[in-house]
Write a protein of this length. Structure first.
Length: 302
């Protein structure tokens, strides 16, 4: 059940496939001459191979009216979400009679997360169609391709009876995967009796996204930045300068003005260079005080 982990760093084993939903509409209806039928199905599948979890969103449209005219009534478009994959789509089979018009389309987008491969779809199309009389138009792409067990089966045994027109196509870039295969059956054994118009198409796209390894957290961010240089201090109040002038009364003035020293040069950060400025300033102060004391002593003796 679910994800199985293998000790030792090996990849997880894929879980069992998700459950499947089948979509069907517009078949075995409007089998009266001269009626028109227009139907569309869009499927978006998502599958995670590691967990086996699948989901899908399906949008449908069904319109009815007279042949070769705009529909008089429609149901939809109607969207529905499923907690499982949509693996089968069938529509517009055994529908419409003589002189009718049948316009149907299917669009499928598959997204697979994990280890998978997308390849071209297999097709079985336009086999046993447009028999019994004049052919107004035959535009099958590919044309007359018979493949047993094909992914897409379309427009086989259709538009017989003469004077009919048949256009059936499969998108040339359509892809599928063995990990997520959606079977399509559309416009088969339909619009027979002569004088009908059939236009049916299928597009199927499969995108594979590589899963990230378990525990992959991406690249580590950049290294730790280095610490910047310690900024220098701004202008500071300098050491006190002693005024050695003699006052008018013959005694030395006691005024000691504070002089602002020159800015201190910023030094590169070494961890202790800031502290080296303190002893230097102290030495200057002590030197000045000794000079003043010496000059005072000389004057006393004089």
């Amino acid at each position: 059940m679910g994800l199985v982990l293998i000790v030792g760093g090996m990849a997880a084993l894929p879980a069992a496939p998700a459950s499947a939903t089948a979509i069907g509409q517009c078949s075995s209806v409007d089998d009266t001459d001269g009626l028109g039928l227009t139907c569309d199905v869009t499927v978006s599948n998502h599958l995670d191979l590691a967990t086996g979890v699948g989901s899908s969103t399906v949008t449908t449209l069904e319109c009815h009216g007279a042949a070769n005219t705009a529909p008089s009534s429609c149901i939809g478009p109607t969207s529905r979400d499923y907690n499982e994959l949509t693996l089968s789509v069938s529509q517009c089979n055994y529908a419409i009679a003589a002189g009718g018009s049948l316009i149907c389309s299917i669009h499928i987008d598959n997204t697979i997360v994990g280890d998978a491969t997308a390849t071209g779809v297999t097709i079985n199309q336009c086999v046993g169609s447009l028999g019994g009389g004049e052919v107004v138009l035959r535009a099958c792409s590919p044309d007359g391709q018979s493949t047993t067990g094909a992914t897409i089966t379309e427009c086989n045994g259709t538009a017989n009876g003469g004077t009919s027109s048949l256009t059936c196509t499969v998108g040339p870039d359509s892809t599928e995967s063995a990990s997520l295969r959606v079977i399509v059956n559309q416009c088969n054994n339909a619009a027979n009796g002569g004088g009908s118009l059939v236009d049916c198409s299928v597009d199927m796209n499969t995108d594979v996204i590589e899963a990230r390894d378990i525990g992959d957290t991406g690249d580590t961010g950049g290294g730790t930045g280095g610490s910047g240089d310690t900024g220098g201090s701004g202008d500071t109040t300098g050491t006190q300068a002693v005024d050695t002038t003699v006052g008018t009364n013959g005694t030395q003035s006691s005024v000691i003005p504070v002089v602002k020293s020159a800015p201190v040069t910023t030094l590169p950060s070494t961890g202790t260079s800031g502290l080296m400025l303190i002893p230097a300033a102290s030495a200057v102060l002590i030197g000045l005080l000794l000079l003043v004391a010496r000059r005072r002593g000389m004057r006393i003796w004089q």
